[in-house]
Design a protein around this ligand. Sequence first.
Ligand code: C2O
Length: 547
Amino acid sequence: PKIRQHDFVIQATPVKRLCKTHNSITVNGMFPGPTLEVNNGDTLVVKVTNKARYNVTIHWHGVRQMRTAWADGPEFVTQCPIRPGASYTYRFTIQGQEGTLWWHAHSSWLRATVYGALIIHPKEGSSYPFPKPNRETPVLLGEWWDANPIDVVRQATRTGAAPNVSDAYTINGQPGDLYNCSSKDTVIVPIDSGETHLLRVINSGLNQELFFTIANHKFTVVGADASYLKPFTTSVIMLGPGQTTDVLINGDQSPARYYMAARAYASAPTAPFDNTTTTAILEYKSAPCPTKKGQAIRPIMPSLPAYNDTNTVTAFTTKFRSPQKVEVPTEIDENLFFTVGLGLNNCPKNFKSNQCQGPNGTRFTASMNNVSFVLPSNFSLLQAHHHGIPGVFTTDFPANPPLKFDYTGNVSRSLWQPVPGTKVYNLKYGSRVQIVVQGTSIFTVENHPIHLHGYDFYIIAEGFGNFNPRTDTSKFNLVDPPLRNTVSVPAAGWAVIRFVADNPGVWLMHCHLDVHITWGLAMAFLVENGVGELQSLQAPPPDLPQC
Ligand code: C2O
């Protein structure tokens, strides 16, 4: 195994998109940021120096961080932010994960421009469980705002109204040639007839699940969230923010130019192109020249499902299987039931009426089990836990929702109003955990991509409506369920996940729609040390930022 060292300098950089130049926060002046490539087993050492005027932290999304929670990155959870002018070195080892992950800022909405791919090749001397592709390409799906993303989130929290959708979606930072002033920078992925390519697709967008497809081509899905899958074919994939999917494509179509496209919410497959869509071009090397006699030849356009096409989504997600039988815990020590969804709060008394722009003058909020998560500000949760600093958090996060209600129907007003709190749930080292995550759909019908830090979990079942503990257990797949770090909990539906709490530390679990985590759709697990050094959190690094 190797030690891979990198320097990340966080800095404001002029970035031109959609005809305007912005001073965007970047890593090393690059947008998207640098792609890191490692082998399973390598150690990453990344020194982050903050030359911007905002606080920042970097999260290595999906990396298990065994015993190295100090390197996980969410601000005020595992570390205090890196202040302007300061630096912090993240040090961690990739243990057993192979495929595609990514990294992103975990501070306010800086991840809108501070993100990049983390590619984990097989262990030195071993190979993929599929034929070696001729070429590999990361495909980062993102969002672009004409406004400063920090101002967008400020507006969303102050007024309690949903923020505007972004001004463009992007592939590898580019909106694509269907947007103004974007055509000469469109991403072109070259392919030769007869070749096989591995696309590492990452949804690094902030607030929308995305469909992704390529005209006339089929995908063979081989992995997701840095775990291999039993391969299956599909013509469209769906990714919630935070999720990654590795697909193989074959150069088996007539030599031409084909659009690859990602779309957030088309009202219908035929809906005209707009700012919910982005394109790049898959170009055969022997394709006819893109302009013939001054006439542009348009690439072939794919069609994408409508946003509410549950059949396509269900057909896709139910194909996910681990490649062989896996060890899912069959006995459960912690049987948890978490509701996830939006709520409303009254407008604070000292606010002007125009400062609260949610329904009927209220503010939107979000919660798990009716607790709206509040980050501490003087210590990180992990520091407070490790050094026994009292008063930073409480350990009374409820194992069950406070009241039973029909998650798909109308509920009483008291359930719209979550209680704010910095509450964690304690887990003994090694406990076998099951969580039923129940989506509520009181205000909006929206899937929640729920991400757990520091762990991969098995998704053993998903369904619609209210989870029924008597009948739905028959749907559990305890043989070959997929291993992931983010699950798209269906709108007005549920998902059941299982994992073993074998990584001590404090681990955030949250909705990866940034507007929802901003509104409090999060909680944290405090996993205690086990017996001896190998089951205990390492000592904090000497340069860990203080608040
Ligand atoms: Cu990719 Cu807490 O996030």
